[in-house]
Design a binder for this molecule. Structure first.
Ligand SMILES: Cc1cc2nc3c(=O)[nH]c(=O)nc-3n(C[C@H](O)[C@H](O)[C@H](O)COP(=O)(O)OP(=O)(O)OC[C@H]3O[C@@H](n4cnc5c(N)ncnc54)[C@H](O)[C@@H]3O)c2cc1C
Length: 457
């Protein structure tokens, strides 16, 4: 194997594998190093195993739900070890696919850690390689908390390998990973405490959606601790005691800190290559993923912009095409739909009401209803939907939904919004009946008008 490459990619996650594979397909000499697991966070400790666990938890309510439809299914018990073994088997299969994609494209694959020696030279597991161009695709890692007793907490990487399901779990954080795991553990039968610094989960999402989610979590019996700060976590005889700043003490078998993620740049040697990072460790790049060093690029979570798998793969693909292929591929990165696989799930695309109001007058359309299924299950579950519309142009700026199938529904809506669809386009679209999705094309009555004062100034 030659030690000199046209392109060397550090990191075999979503961004790195796509970039290396597409570049190798363009006929250049490509090397790629992965120190831990092919497919990176998404495949191993992120989207994929998380969604499998969410699916497992969905079955928890089914025996009870089915009663309303005439079934008599005994509640049964759940085998956590069986679930994890099946999950591991599926992840192993996906690891193999990722690795084979690279081999098949002709990339040189290194199962080792890569670090910068200088701007063109890398140490890859003790071996020196050089490259004309280098791509940093090292992703992110979960932050560990700093409060006293933090060593008694797990982080999201650990949650996928727990030897047993905790009977009582305290999850610290209000972001998407925290609420997703709250739903997973609750659906499987655990007592869940969600300890959030804010009053509502999911900072940055539409306020109505955040409120609807908090109500839904409450309604299914989770314990929400709002505006809470951790004073200390203590461990005694297998029990964890979480003391909040207001003196409240929670007892749990497991404390899960889901307090955020940080770019994975420690020890990478970026300074030896002269690559600049921001104050939070994210590699600084321009709109074409170029760093301040002409031949070094960064893609995916290490740039800490939109930390989502499809964005990471889009960046990797676009960069490989721009450098060696037909030219940059254009993606609509300003209107990326995103989902949270909470229970119930939610999904969103485009502007929130607050963002739209800051730009000018916007018509807001909302609806909240009991989904057909729950008319019979009797579960207190509401579906919430919202459209944010520019009042002057009538262009739909944002769509938000909480309720079953929201992620599946939002993918289609994101195409309409990317195409600049107006409210009139939604209105003349004939619905599919009976579905929840049809509500998005039958929202006739404006709920409120926002952003007027700002527009008048
Ligand atoms: C619990 C969880 C759930 C998530 N759910 C979703 C979801 O539902 N939908 C979604 O779109 N996104 C989700 N994400 C985010 C998604 O996983 C990331 O956006 C995506 O994986 C980023 O890809 P990446 O290639 O930038 O980084 P990564 O996938 O993290 O890949 C980076 C790779 O680089 C390797 N590496 C690091 N340093 C070195 C080195 N020096 N040498 C060699 N290799 C190195 C790492 O081992 C890793 O494999 C989730 C993340 C988490 C943690």
């Amino acid at each position: 194997m030659s030690d000199h490459f046209d392109l060397f990619v550090i990191g075999g996650g979503s961004a790195g594998v796509r970039c290396a594979r597409i570049a190798a397909g363009h006929g250049v000499r490509v090397g790629v190093a992965e120190e831990r697991f092919w497919g990176g966070t998404c495949v191993n400790v992120g989207c994929v195993p998380k969604k499998l666990l969410v699916m497992a938890s969905d079955y928890g309510a089914m025996p009870q739900d089915a009663r309303g439809f005439g079934w008599d299914i005994p509640a049964g018990s759940h085998d956590w070890s069986a679930l994890l073994a099946n999950k591991d088997r599926e992840i192993g299969r996906l690891n193999g696919i990722y690795r084979r994609l690279l081999d098949g494209a002709g990339a040189a694959v290194f199962e080792a850690r890569a670090t910068f020696v200088d701007a063109h030279t890398l140490d890859v597991g003790g071996r020196r390689v050089t490259a004309e161009r280098i791509v940093v695709a090292v992703g992110g890692r979960p932050l560990r908390p700093a409060f006293p007793g933090a060593e008694h907490c797990i982080i999201s990487d650990d949650a996928f390998f727990l030897p047993e399901r905790p009977r009582r779990v305290a999850i610290i954080g209000g972001g998407y990973i925290a609420v997703e795991f709250a739903g997973i553990f609750s659906g499987l039968g655990s007592e869940v405490h969600l300890v959030m610094r804010q009053d509502l989960p999911l900072r940055g999402f539409d306020e109505d959606l955040r409120t609807a989610l908090a109500e839904a979590l409450d309604a299914q019996g989770m314990h929400l601790h709002r505006g809470a700060r951790i004073a200390e976590v203590a461990a005694e005889d297998g029990t964890r005691r979480v003391r909040l700043a207001d003196g409240t003490v929670l007892e749990a078998d497991l404390v899960f800190a889901a307090i955020g993620r940080t770019p994975n740049v420690d020890g990478l040697g970026l300074e030896r290559a002269g690559v600049m990072c921001d104050g939070f460790g994210a590699v600084c790049v321009d709109a074409h993923n170029r760093t301040n060093v002409a031949h070094i690029y960064a893609i995916g979570d290490v740039t800490d912009r939109l930390n989502l798998t499809p964005v990471a793969t889009a960046e990797g693909h676009a960069l490989a095409d721009a450098l060696f292929g037909p030219g940059p591929r254009v993606w609509a990165l300003d209107t990326v739909a995103t989902a949270v696989f909470s229970s119930p799930p939610l999904a969103t695309v485009g502007l929130t009401e607050t963002q739209a109001a800051a730009r000018g007058p916007a018509d807001i359309y909302c609806t909240r209803f009991t989904a057909m299924r729950h008319a019979l299950t009797g579960r207190p579950r509401k579906t919430f939907m919202k459209l944010v519309v520019d009042q002057q142009t009538q262009v739909v700026l944002g769509a938000h939904m909480l309720g079953e199938d929201a992620p599946e529904i939002m993918q289609g809506l994101s195409i309409a919004i990317n195409c600049g669809a107006t409210k009139a386009d939604f209105d003349r679209t004939v619905g599919i009946h009976p579905t929840a999705a049809e509500e998005f094309v039958t929202l006739r009555t404006q709920t409120r008008l926002v952003g007027q004062a700002e527009a008048a100034e």
